[in-house]
Design a protein around this ligand. Structure first.
Ligand SMILES: O=C(O)C1=C[C@@H](OP(=O)(O)O)[C@@H](O)[C@H](O)C1
Ligand SMILES: C=C(OP(=O)(O)O)C(=O)O
Length: 427
């Protein structure tokens, strides 16, 4: 296994032009494929999660011209469901939740037989709440291994519409998937959300993208959504994918710990992504934050621990956990139970790795409490094939603590050149 030793970094500053948002890239690709007309997406992310979506679309017969080095793709829309020839098609979706969940819902409508599968961890990530919502509408979905988990076999048919409920308490991606498929139903669809809806800002991304592609959703306070019949996706022509706000979190935190200023470009006040609010959490800890419409600048401040519900920023919250090592007093990250069903059990993994560098950590059922100590020490950090663990632990070096990242290549899921980008800011 490859290891990346990071020596202590004296100072960080500079500008970062962010790669495209993973969440927006994969939504825009699927909606472009379902749309009438041709769509040009710019600043498309090039990472494993996006390549899984692109490979799947290619196998499904969606045609596109992709210039990866330019970050530009032209997608020929199908103007409706992605019907496939009669042959059964196996789609391997890696560990990309933003490919597996939305494709599962989109492919139950139309024609064809599909098997949706992925990496071993994908087979441990639940999908039952989505399948339970789709079946009453007429979807034919079978579990091929464990009940409630991929791999799945789908036999596409028509979806009726009407009224369904969906459990929103484990992943917002299930509701996102159902919403994006709703216009393919034959009738108006009313969706009732059961349980506390987690990761709510991702639903705003979904609704914003659907609107961009011409479909309006009535949002009744995130408890009920109505998608009126007769709407179809229409290409917006050109669409710029904004920078990835979760990826921005590592650089903003680096500035807060290691001096700055660092300006991240591509995400700002005007961003559609909830992870922009990571900057508010950092400001609450004492960092100096300046907001512009399309960029954010961070500088060091006196950092103090915080106690915060971070359900709205589940991905960027991991960055808070390592930033907390350089703050005064304990930090508690609350209401993140679903960390346990992501790339790894992130609550357990973060607790284990934070303890390795000397921190005092309490792992709760749905929270993590990190108490910094006077003297942190070097450790080799296991990353569990989780890009965010690799990236957030690089902040140790920024704080002057040498750290070794095991399997640094796992950042390829969303940010293949992360360590080069960080290196470019070191002074
Ligand atoms: O819809 C999306 O693009 C995402 C939703 C979130 O997942 P959950 O809704 O499962 O928390 C987030 O963690 C993931 O990285 C991307
Ligand atoms: C949870 C994540 O990914 P996914 O889209 O696979 O759920 C993530 O990127 O942190």
């Amino acid at each position: 296994m490859k290891q990346l030793p990071l020596p202590p970094i004296a100072h960080v500053e500079g500008d970062v032009y962010l790669p495209g948002s993973k969440s927006i890239s994969n939504r825009a690709l699927l909606l472009a494929a379902l749309s009438e007309g041709e769509t040009t997406l710019t600043n498309l992310l090039d990472s494993d999660d996006i390549r899984h979506m692109l490979n799947a679309l290619a196998l499904l017969g969606v045609s596109y011209q992709w210039q990866a080095e330019k970050g530009e793709i032209v997608v020929q829309g199908r103007g409706g469901p992605i019907a496939n020839s009669d042959q059964a098609l196996e789609l391997f979706l890696g560990n990309a939740g933003t490919a597996m969940r939305p494709l599962c819902a989109a492919l139950v409508v139309g024609q064809g037989d599909y098997v949706l599968t992925g990496e071993p961890r994908m087979k441990e990530r639940p999908i039952g709440h989505l399948v339970d919502a789709l079946r009453p509408l007429g979807a034919k979905v079978e579990y091929l291994e464990a009940e409630g988990y991929p791999p799945l076999r789908i036999h596409a048919s028509q979806l009726a519409g009407g009224r369904v409920s969906i459990d929103g308490s484990i992943s917002s991606q299930f509701l996102t998937a159902l919403l994006m498929t709703a216009p393919l139903c034959q009738d108006t669809l009313t969706i009732d959300v059961e349980g506390e809806l987690v990761s709510k800002p991702y639903i705003d991304i979904t609704l914003a993208l659907m609107a961009k592609f011409g479909v309006e959703v009535e949002n009744r306070d995130y408890r009920q959504f109505v998608i009126a019949a007769g709407q179809r996706y229409v290409s917006p022509g050109r669409f710029l994918v904004e920078g990835d706000a979760s990826s921005a979190s590592y650089f903003l935190a680096a500035a807060a710990i290691g001096g700055g200023p660092i300006t991240v470009h591509g995400v700002g006040r005007a961003s559609l992504q909830g992870d922009k609010y990571f900057a508010d959490a950092l400001a609450a800890m004492g960092a100096e934050i300046e907001w512009q419409d399309e960029s954010i600048t961070a500088r060091r401040g006196e950092l103090n621990g915080i106690d915060m519900d971070m359900n709205h920023i589940p991905d960027a919250a991991m960055t808070i956990a390592t930033t907390a090592l350089f703050a005064k007093g304990p930090t508690t990250i609350r209401n993140v139970y679903n960390w346990r069903v992501k790339e790894t059990d992130r609550l357990a993994a973060m607790a284990t790795e934070l303890k390795k560098v000397g921190a005092v950590v309490e792992e709760g059922h749905d929270y993590l409490r990190v108490e910094p100590v006077e003297k942190l020490h070097h450790a080799a950090i296991d990353t569990y094939n989780d890009h965010r663990i690799a990236m957030c632990f690089s902040l140790l070096a920024v704080g002057g603590v040498p750290v070794t990242i095991n399997d640094p290549g796992c950042t390829a899921k969303t940010f293949p050149d992360y360590f080069d980008r960080l290196n470019a800011l070191c002074r």
